[in-house]
Design a protein around this ligand. Structure first.
Ligand code: DO4
Ligand code: MG
Length: 285
């Protein structure tokens, strides 16, 4: 399988900035003039447009190129229990609510778990704060590969996502899932969209570190090969009987769950890395 960084189709990173979209390739950043974020994501040939823009402009982009959350009018949805680790951790956390046999069943069922995660307004970008709910005493980051999908249901790129989750609220009753998952600053995306014509290789890793007072509070890693479902399969279910006129972002589930005694605290620094996309860094409040 070709890698997203193969020289035959060089990696293109699309960055959303306060002064418009910017494409980064080979260490150069070039402004993509005259197109909105939504129009770009839904363009017939996003890779072609970006490659042409990058080739035609000799100079680096001037002005503010600080990355914002790579999202326009898209909704964010999420898949759940796509890794064995997530299935097992959730069955344990739901012990008092009846054992969580539904997590086991959804892990192996044909139909995946898909839920609404956030509107763009609830999403934060690189360097912004993510939030722990005040009424939660057990919250974790969920580091996930995020698919950027156009209105026609085609995956056009990949970004890094954090599906912040209140484990105590979800564990008390599965019907509380929307409250455990959907709240202000409950989702982080960034730092860019890796635009690729090739799927990401199965050996691509997802790495999480949480630093507290300068020391590691938690570190973990997984790889896409541990995911039980394929991105295409998740997208096919998401777009079944559902339309997304501006496209959509889909988080693909977590394979990293810290031990039960771990909860996020205010001031923690969360870093999620997916080479070759980059690192998404956020502080907790
Ligand atoms: O089943 C609840 C949510 C699962 C989830 O967010 C995940 O597995 O990442
Ligand atoms: Mg998740």
């Amino acid at each position: 399988m070709m890698s997203a960084t193969d020289t035959a189709s060089p990696a293109l990173r699309l960055i959303r900035t306060s002064s418009g979209p910017v494409v980064e390739t080979g260490g150069r950043r070039v402004r993509v003039d005259g197109m909105s974020w939504d129009a770009l994501i839904n363009h017939e040939d996003l890779y072609g447009v970006l490659a042409e823009t990058a080739a035609g402009a000799p100079a680096d982009a001037k002005g503010d190129v600080r990355p914002l959350a790579p999202i326009g009018s898209q909704e964010v949805w999420a898949a759940g229990v796509t890794y064995y680790r997530s299935r097992t951790a959730r069955m344990e956390e739901a012990r008092d609510a009846g054992g969580g046999d539904f997590y086991d069943r959804v892990y192996s069922a044909d139909r995946p778990e898909l839920f609404f995660k956030a509107t763009a307004r609830r999403v934060v970008g690189p360097g912004d704060f993510v939030r722990v709910r005040e009424d939660s005493t057990w919250s974790v980051p969920e580091p996930e590969l995020a698919l950027v999908i156009n209105a026609r249901g085609r995956i056009v790129g990949y970004t890094v996502g954090n599906d912040m989750s209140a484990r105590d609220i979800e564990g008390e009753n599965p019907l509380y899932l929307p409250q455990a998952k959907v709240y202000t600053e409950s989702c982080a995306l960034g730092p860019c969209v890796l635009v690729s014509r090739e799927p990401l290789p199965a050996e691509t890793t997802i790495e999480l570190s949480v630093s507290r007072g300068g020391a590691d509070a938690f570190r973990g890693a997984t790889s896409l090969s541990a995911m039980r479902r394929t991105p295409d399969e998740l997208v096919a279910f998401l777009y079944r009987e559902n339309s997304f006129p501006d496209g959509c972002v889909l988080l693909t589930g977590t394979g990293i769950v810290p031990p039960d005694e771990f909860t996020l605290r205010s001031g923690d620094e969360v870093r999620i890395t997916i080479p070759p996309i980059g690192t998404l860094e956020n502080r907790v409040r």
